[in-house]
Ligand binder design. Structure first.
Ligand code: HEC
Length: 496
């Protein structure tokens, strides 16, 4: 049996015979098996594929990957199959036995990322400008500033009060009030819970109880925890986990606080990422998200709160009819509703059928939109459409029995964040459409959902900043919380 590295050399030699005189392969010796196993996808592409398919995937002696045309089929599975089996009579090397299934999957994601960017080139996305009408497929709008940059620090969520005022969380731990006239109160609400500013954590979600007018309850989702010693640079070390409280505001002060949900101390961690959060109220229940906190497989452990969506009564009591999770190995934690999540940072309820939808930050190429069903497992990290951010593979698995598929996913990742069903009357042609905010792509996408399926997708706003949250206000306009620049704008109809 020839060793793997021999095979690579042999295959590289085959490639060279097909190359024009000075192929790159002749200068760079083929990488060894050990080197290949740990290489990131960019490096794998550069040393194994670029010589034929072009340094930038633009094609050369082999086809381009950027033109949207696929001779051997355009699905991920077909592309993976060509990479695996090759097409030796046409000069395409089979990579079976050289690249692992996981690496081939990461190669497909990499090709898809570049293809999407290339296909988007030349398309102009609607970037609104003050005073100018922005046109989209079904509606035109104007953009207005609500809170100018420089006044808020990482605004994270917004809630609307019946008197026309608004509450806004700042991740650093401040709850701010914008009065009905649109003025930002200079002082944060006093006495809100202490939050851990650990990584992506801080003060995150805010929402009012559906019967706020009569009961005054306001709910906060945040990184709860404690400080514990200092790190090598003298900064406090922290342990944190997502938690939920409710309280009321009297005289600009947080009062009557009650704990709604808090995890066992043993689950608190010093990891920085993935707090999740976001609330949905429905029929006396509160749904909320606890991100997987970088715990990966912990998202699959039903005895662990990380990477889960919970459903509790609005006062925190555990419902008696929560799902039992078919085939669970561990007793599900009280309150568990769904499992296998990474970092969902968007959640809303379909006003037509009360189905709950959530956007989830996946790994690179794995951002998802999910329809959240009781007792279902959404697969992280066993299945995903993504790979690690550094270009090393996660898994080749995108499907698994007993794990739900996303309704849609985004390659490249757009960094999906706040999510909102448009329920207002100011944009009738967007009624009940789902608005998806994106941090990295700095955009809002409008998705039409018909019978639980995505039938349309359109970018309706682009390049004003990283979109942290989208929320339709009681006035029918759409409020957008931007990070970098930190500000709030709103999308309003064009009135003549
Ligand atoms: C020796 C040159 C060569 C190398 C090296 C090579 N390819 Fe190819 N590849 C080809 C040729 C030629 C074709 C077109 C085959 C055909 O027409 O059927 C092709 C086709 C493909 C296709 C199918 C395209 C389509 O339109 O359906 C994919 C996918 C692909 N290659 C991926 C890769 C990847 C990934 C690598 C590196 C791991 C790679 N190739 C390395 C020559 C090469």
């Amino acid at each position: 049996m020839p060793s793997i590295s021999n095979r690579i050399t042999r295959l590289a030699a085959t490639a060279v015979t097909l190359l024009p005189v000075s192929g790159i392969a002749q200068e760079d010796p083929a990488p060894t098996r050990e080197a290949l196993a740990t290489m990131k996808v960019e490096a794998l592409y550069a040393s194994l594929c670029a010589q034929c398919h072009g340094k930038n995937l633009e094609g050369g002696m082999a086809p381009s990957f950027l033109d949207g045309e696929w001779k051997h089929g355009s699905t991920d599975a077909e592309i993976a199959q060509t990479i695996l089996k090759g097409n030796i009579q046409f000069g395409m090397t089979p990579w079976e036995g050289i690249l692992s299934d996981d690496q081939i999957r990461s190669m497909v994601i990499f090709i898809r990322e570049k293809e999407r960017v290339a296909l988007n080139e030349g398309i102009t996305f609607p970037k609104p400008e003050p005073g100018k009408v922005t046109k989209t497929d079904h509606e035109s709008y104007l953009i207005e500033t609500v809170i100018d940059e420089g006044k808020l620090e990482i605004p994270w969520a917004i809630a609307f009060l019946p008197d026309g005022s608004k509450l806004v969380t700042e991740r650093a731990g401040r709850l701010r009030l914008i009065d009905a006239a649109g003025n930002l109160h200079p002082d944060p609400i006093k006495g809100t819970p202490e939050v851990m500013q650990l990584g992506q954590g801080g003060l995150l979600e805010v929402a009012t109880h559906p019967d706020y007018s009569s009961n005054g309850w306001i709910y906060l989702g945040f990184a709860d925890g404690w400080k514990e010693g200092v790190d090598s640079r003298g900064r406090p070390k922290m342990k944190a986990l997502t938690a939920v409280v409710r309280g009321r505001i009297k005289d600009h002060t947080w009062v009557d606080q009650e704990w709604i949900w808090k995890g066992d101390k043993k689950f608190y961690t010093d990891a920085g990422p993935h707090f999740g959060t976001r609330f949905v109220f429905d029929q006396g229940f509160l749904y909320f998200i606890v991100g997987e906190r970088g715990g990966n497989m912990e998202a699959q452990d039903l005895g662990n709160p990380k990477g889960k969506i919970f459903r509790v009564h609005d006062d925190g009591r555990i419902p008696t009819d929560n799902p039992t999770f078919a085939g669970a190995k561990t007793t599900p934690l009280p309150g568990l509703w769904s499992a296998g999540h990474r970092n969902p940072q968007g959640m809303d309820i379909d006003p037509r059928d009360s189905a709950i939808y959530s956007t989830e930050h996946g790994p690179r190429g794995g951002d998802e939109l999910n329809r959240i069903l009781p007792g279902h497992n959404y697969g992280w990290p066993v299945i995903t459409y993504g790979m690690n951010y550094d270009g090393t593979p996660m898994t080749s698995k995108t499907h698994e029995e007993g794990m739900d598929q996303p309704l849609t996913y985004w390659v490249p990742s757009i960094a999906t964040c706040g999510l909102d069903f448009y329920t207002g009357d100011k944009f009738p042609n967007w009624k009940n459409d789902l608005l998806v905010g994106a941090l990295k792509n700095q955009e809002i996408r409008r998705l039409r959902i018909v019978d639980g399926k995505v039938t349309e997708q359109e970018v309706i706003m682009k390049d004003l900043g990283r979109v942290r949250d989208v929320a339709d206000g009681p006035d029918g306009s759409i409020y957008v919380l931007l990070n970098g620049p930190d500000s709030i704008v709103r999308i309003v109809p064009v009135t003549k």
